[in-house]
Design a protein. Structure first.
Length: 728
């Protein structure tokens, strides 16, 4: 067992790992070994401080990171992670709720967890019942409002400020009632209901405050208000809160993360010690120095000066393309050139973009060149129809109150139970004060159901009750096989090989789950009283496509910049670095420029050795060709770290070389003018008295009479005399 900080830690890391009691903030720069800090800290607590593993809570943001943490800790202190509390905020709260949720009235332990798709369907159902049109208020926008409210700890009653919010409040209220009726929680509820439990049941809170003597939180800059509250409540007794994060990498404000949680940590938790990890082990000096210069333009940040002992490395390559096709050809050609050197494999290369729509042209080009690739964070495995169908059967078997899943499978495969029949079932349920599943059992005796239809409903009811009985004495894999056989779903899969393979993968997931441990050697399952089936469904509900990412296959990775966080690659491409794309139009409008700069910073610091940046002179946006300007962020990277190419001809797909060459500027050309002592240049944000905030696209002439082309969010593109502008 490791009892002291290991020799491979630097002095700052050792100081953090061996910290005694009280709160600590570790400001861990990109590539500085933050995961190592947490695992070594846990090993130190167990091995040197003799803290029982069950008294340690470690929280991170992805299952992938949590599993990596467990693996590293096993290597340091042996297989003691079974009694450690390690997981995401959602998995930790789920574990608590499985034990404690029955302390709250109206909640059952074997609840179902609704995913995004289930939420949207239920919201649509609620809107229809309330006669609310989806033309002006979409189910997706309402779901976003509800999730945002729960992440702030707000309920339906908090939405009554205006007519719009009052409508959201009505849907939210009915949505919550339907969730309770179905014995279901949505993803945000796992946190929201945990805080409610702690607030309403102080004895429960006290039990967990006593249990968790030491609390460690990774990626603290990404915490939202409800996650902050959970941490604050649990750490109140012992005050041994150890958080690791980097405010320069806070990129999830759009989904509720609050950067002030890390910026104000020492104010919120008195007597905090702060340690900065500034040595980067990942990137070349060029990449690191360019990234430092970029992020130094943000005002709201802790000062850090990242440094590296790695080689200086190549300058960053920038290419200004003619259009998206030319941009894609450039990317494809450079990948082929890198692969031809045999220095890098395809899996060592990643392409990042701001929005998912940018991937289409790139995908077409990679296909043309026979370059293997995979989309990371696209349509997830668990969102595929056949996987959702099988899981819906399992969910109904585990929780017959789950009407959302029941509606999904009642006529899959087709068994002659249509919309009209379901409406009759709903009336039977309402008349008898029972749930939809129970109405199935009553349908044979109800004279509103035609005899032939009643036979179909009774047959389906017996099918499900038979599967429920089977599940009580058989494993998950056997149950899935039984579902496929008895429902006739297997016949569908036999005709569609790809869908059959996806269900086959579900068998593999079930086998891995069962291999991890039976009820006899899983004390947690006994503690919570949950069944193996429910535990499996809980695990699946918390899974994400990013958790399954690996580099075992030799494929180029394509993903959004938001998905790239936590990963690293020898070679990276970041495409579409343009005004209104990066920074994104919505962020410019809402004044979130600093988060967009952090997003590019995250993209840059994923790279170990080489970075390629691109922007385009023309781009189709909603079917209309626009002429974007290079991003303001490009101007914030000093010329000494970047070499630029401006489009001169076309790329030869066969050879991967340029058809025409010319002397190219060392940086993208910058047009600028000066008026009344104020300079104006392309990419700059300005303000106009009438049109509001805008971004300069082009500058013609100089002085007060210069003509400046400006794109305004609300009024489009306009040409204005420089003297009428105010620099932001």
């Amino acid at each position: 067992m490791n009892t002291t900080p290991t020799d491979n830690l630097n002095s700052a890391q050792k100081e953090a790992v061996s910290h005694g009691k009280g709160p600590m903030l570790v400001l861990a720069g990109a590539g500085s070994g933050k995961t190592k800090i947490i695992t070594e800290r846990i090993a130190h607590l167990v091995g040197t401080e003799n803290i029982a593993p069950r008294n340690i809570l470690a929280v991170t943001f992805t299952n992938k990171a949590a599993n990596e943490m467990k693996g590293r800790i096993n290597g340091l202190i042996g297989n003691l992670t079974r009694s450690l509390w390690i997981g995401t905020f959602h998995s930790v709260c789920l574990r608590i709720l499985k034990r404690e949720i029955t302390n709250l009235e109206g909640f059952g332990r074997d609840f179902t967890i609704y995913d995004d798709g289930d939420q949207i369907k239920l919201i649509k159902q609620c809107m229809a019942e309330l006669d609310i049109s989806d033309r002006t208020l979409t189910p997706r926008s309402i779901r976003s409002k509800i999730d945002g409210a729960k992440n702030k700890g707000l309920g339906p009653e908090d939405f009554k400020a205006d007519a719009y919010e009052e409508t959201v409040s009505k849907v939210y209220d009915l949505y919550e009632k339907e969730l309770r009726k179905a014995n279901a929680l949505d993803f945000s509820d796992l946190l929201h209901i945990t805080v409610r439990l702690f607030n309403e049941k102080p004895d429960v809170l006290k039990r967990y405050q006593t249990l968790f003597q030491y609390i460690l939180v990774d990626e603290y800059q990404d915490t939202n208000p409800v996650q902050y509250k959970i941490v604050e409540l649990l750490s109140k007794k012992h005050k041994n809160l150890f958080v690791v994060g980097d405010d320069n990498q806070s990129i999830y404000g759009w989904r509720g993360a609050d950067i002030t949680n890390i910026l104000d940590f020492e104010k919120d938790f008195p007597d905090t010690r702060i340690i900065k990890l500034e040595r980067n082990y990942r990137s070349t000096k060029t990449i690191l120095e360019a990234s430092n210069k970029l992020i130094s333009n943000n005002k709201h940040r802790h000062e850090k000066d990242l440094w590296s002992e790695n080689v200086q490395g190549d300058p960053i390559s920038y290419y200004l393309a003619r259009n998206e096709k030319d941009e894609a050809k450039y990317v494809g050609a450079q990948i082929q050139l890198e692969a031809a050197k045999e220095e890098f494999t395809y899996k060592s290369i990643a392409i990042f973009y701001r929005t998912n729509t940018q991937s289409r042209q790139i995908e077409e080009e990679l296909l043309y060149r026979s370059i293997p690739y995979r989309i990371v964070g696209g349509i997830g495995f668990y969102q595929r129809a056949e996987v959702k169908d099988v899981l819906a059967y399992l969910r109904v078997i585990a929780n017959s109150q789950d009407e959302m899943s029941l509606r999904r499978i009642i006529n899959v495969p087709a068994r002659g139970i249509g919309k009209g029949t379901i409406e009759r079932l709903e009336k039977i349920a309402a008349k008898n004060g029972v749930l939809l599943f129970d109405a199935l059992g009553l349908s044979a005796r109800d004279n509103t159901i035609p005899k032939g239809t009643a036979v179909k409903l009774e047959r389906f009811y017996k099918l499900i009750t038979g599967l429920i009985s089977f599940s009580e004495n058989n494993g998950i894999g056997e149950l899935i096989d039984r579902v496929l056989q008895k429902t006739g779903y297997l016949d569908i899969l036999e005709k569609e090989p790809e869908r059959r393979e996806n269900v086959g993968e579900l068998f593999n997931i079930a086998a891995e789950f069962e291999k991890e441990g039976s009820k006899e050697d899983n004390p947690e399952r006994d503690e919570s009283g949950t069944t193996e089936l429910n535990e499996f469904l809980d695990r699946v509900s918390l899974a994400s496509d990013l958790d399954t990412y690996n580099d075992k296959t030799d494929q180029v990775a394509l993903m959004t910049l938001h998905s790239a966080k936590g990963l690293e690659f020898p070679v990276t491409f970041i495409i579409g670095i343009e005004e209104n794309l990066l920074p994104h139009f919505n962020s410019i409008r809402e004044g979130e420029i600093e988060e967009e700069r952090r997003l590019l910073y995250v993209g840059l610091t994923r790279a170990k050795e080489k970075i390629y940046l691109t922007s385009s002179s023309r781009r189709l946006v909603f079917g209309k060709e626009e002429n974007p300007t290079p991003s303001r962020f490009l101007l914030e990277i000093p010329e000494e770290f970047i070499t630029a190419q401006v489009h001169q001809g076309d790329f030869n797909r066969a050879s991967g070389s340029r058809a025409k060459k010319s002397n190219l500027p060392s940086k993208a050309p910058v047009q600028q003018s000066s008026s009344n002592g104020k300079s104006y240049k392309a990419g700059q944000q300005i303000e106009h008295k009438k049109f509001g905030l805008g971004t300069i696209r082009n500058v013609e002439g100089s002085g007060d009479s210069a003509k400046v082309t400006v794109h305004f969010a609300r009024y489009g593109t306009k040409k204005i005399i420089a003297s009428y502008l105010e620099k932001k």
